[in-house]
Write a protein of this length. Sequence first.
Length: 442
Amino acid sequence: MVKVNLSGCASFVKDADFKEYVQKALKAWDVLDAETGAGNDFLGWKSLPDGTPESLLCEFEAVRDSWKALGVNLVIVIGIGGSYLGARCALEALNHQFILPEGKPRVVFGGNNLSEEYLAEMMDLAERSNVACIVISKSGTTTEPAVAFRIVKEHIESRYGKEEAATRIVAITDAARGALKTLSTQEGYRSFIVPDNVGGRFSVLTPVGLLPICVAGYDVRAMLAGAAEAKKAVSVRNESNPAVQYAAMRNLIYAGLGKKVEILVTFNPRLTYLAEWWKQLFGESEGKDGKGIYPASATFTTDLHSLGQFIQDGDRTLFETVLKVEKPNRSVLIGSDPQNLDQLNYLAGQHVEHCNAMAALGTKLAHIDGGVPQLELSIEKIDERTLGELFYFFEAACGISAYQLGVNPFNQPGVEAYKKNMFALLRKPGYEAATEEILKRL
């Protein structure tokens, strides 16, 4: 289970203040547990670890096996925001970092931006591959995935014919309405449901995340089992609840110390994209009503050579949460060199991970000395089970933290503002008046 170490905050906060904020976090836990808070119609994520039917997992495996029979070696997953970040961060954590998979498809992601070059180069890969597609959108009209899917769909249909294309495209969408639901019914696509009571950023343990992870060849049952372990740990109302401790400390640092930027730090590049998922989870959940901790991220030791100067000596408005992996999945020893020109023989016989651990400890001490409180979260290793633990832990902690902050964790009204301007500038039908108004400003 995720462990919380708050020793790096001890010199910044008083025990009495932390105990006060733990009690506030427990009151927020009560609201989340009783499902009486704002946004309580979006709490379906709480039941996913132990409520996902085995039959659904078997359907995922049927998709995987049918595409394997077709020789599919490239799966394009189309989605944006919560519709892709969960699956992507899981695959970035689990995949070999250099060697393409053998015996299972490569999974790539599209529809998460409007870069013409990105889309063109993705289609270059599609042209030389045996392709299938998972398209994820509740409405089917979100601009970025809709544009990408139109292009990918045309490619698959022109290459394999409409009848076979229907076996190569899977839709994950609303149960009853929306453009993608209509299209999937018309075309005969296999489809899975985005639950009405689960918001996008909380959807990694629904078909939105589990199907791409399963198709890539990973064990989604282990992921759900890990999430179930985390659910058990964070469902206890006491002061040692790790989600309560994390929520309490980050709110104390924000409100009590005035530090408004939280950097999620990892010393393992496999977890870089997990930080991207975490940024959406906390950013959309807490950043509203003029409140919220700004979620940032860094991968050390790489970013110590770029952001390290600012973290050490810059504006003291930030704190760190370090995500620690206790056991690497691989080991590499540092050898000895007779010439020792690089002066590294003092490390001969040591594991590289020992150097990484000492860099982490040295960084912790330096940043604390520089006025940066540091929380630490640790997992045993990186695998499907521990990723499931992290997903559920962060989701629960986010709900508690947002309620403690006094905001609705499950809405995102601010994301519509840019869309309205974009549609007006693109002259989308129905936006004529908005187009006239916005052109006056340019």
